[in-house]
Design a protein around this ligand. Sequence first.
Ligand code: HAM
Length: 428
Amino acid sequence: MSQGALPGFRDFYPEQMAERNYLMKVWRDVAARYGFVEYDGPPLEPLDLYKKKSGDEIVGQLYTFTDKGDREVALRPEMTPTLARMVAAKANALRKPVRWFSIPQLFRYERQQKGRLREHFQLNVDIVGEISAAADAELLAVAIDVMRGVGLTAADVRARVSDRRLLAAVLLVSGVAEDELAGVYGAIDKMGREPRTVTEDKLRAAIGNPDATAKLVSTLDSFGDLDAIGSRFADSPDVLDQVERMREYLRFLAALGVGEWVDFDLSIVRGLAYYTGKVFELFDASGEFRAICGGGRYDDLLSTIGGVDMPALGFGMGDVVLSELLRSRRLFPPPGRGTEYWVAAEDETMLADVMSVAGRLRAKNRSVEYALRSQSLSRQLKQAAGAGVESVVMLKRDDYSRGNVTVKTLSDGAERSMTFQSLLDSLR
Ligand code: HAM
């Protein structure tokens, strides 16, 4: 019996590989356009790296084992802790702000569901060493430009942005206690995916003070409206300060030309524990798919992991949801041109001549195939058509001994006789 891949793991047949390569090319091109440089780290890391700061959700999904040297190790479920370690280790030597990107394959033992697999490739773009909101805007613009790069528009994809400091200010001034914040974040993070009554129950469970819960519940409807938050909490300097910071960020996004993609949404919290400031997620506007991308500021992670105090921010964009979206919109480009030339011979004894012609065409940087065993010309032509080549270079014994070949264009069947040398000379 043949055995398939493990659940949640993919085989990439050539068609899927072409899609993956296409996506990665867009990722690399856009990241480069913003001046980010590529790095990578190890796929296997010490388990402790994730236990420290990733948060319970990811730690519960780790592929982890004890290696032969008795080390507790884990396949990387995300890139951010590795990045934090790498940058912290060379913090003094690096030009700041650090603008790095990477495309790791990541592993999480997820519950099987649409848009979530047990391995995925994730574009990671991060900036380290800059506190200005200009850096936050720059980062989100990269994610949005990737959307443009694959042919999506602001009608297809929305960027929802928030700031944990603004949410914290709203919660604290509403009467939520400092040590209840994490629990409340959890409830609010899931708000968009759950009925309101479930969210309210969770808030009641997480918050000790019933007045605070009531105040918060009455604010939930304003979570998508920055001005409304500003007026509701007009007597709280902490909230107003954060509202102003959010406005500045939105102005920067508009200046970068991506403003029309962005919605303010205070319910965006992000599941990972290390975020400290602005956070964002990209979703398809129809609400059909899971998050395309998520990220934000994590100003304390480098000091937790590497002992250096450097602000940082970044995002991860997986290939799974984005590919589902592109397939559903038929936005993947048609398969690229395959082989350019097929070399065929009318005479079954000419295989070595065919190989020599193929070799010289390849030396001119042309892609070339031929039948790997002698066979009739009609079968060779059939194979050439099946391979989708543009032209067949045909060798006829007498002609070829005088240095001539016949080039047949498959689209119109036209044949031209020429010296092989002139064919080579015509190829730059
Ligand atoms: P994350 O939200 O866990 O963030 O993942 C980011 C994106 O990766 C998701 O929006 C989704 O597209 C994709 N993704 C995550 N898990 C899976 C999965 N099991 N299957 C398919 N796709 C998945 C992070 O990982 C942060 N480390 C991102 C970051 C970078 N923050 C700062 N820098």
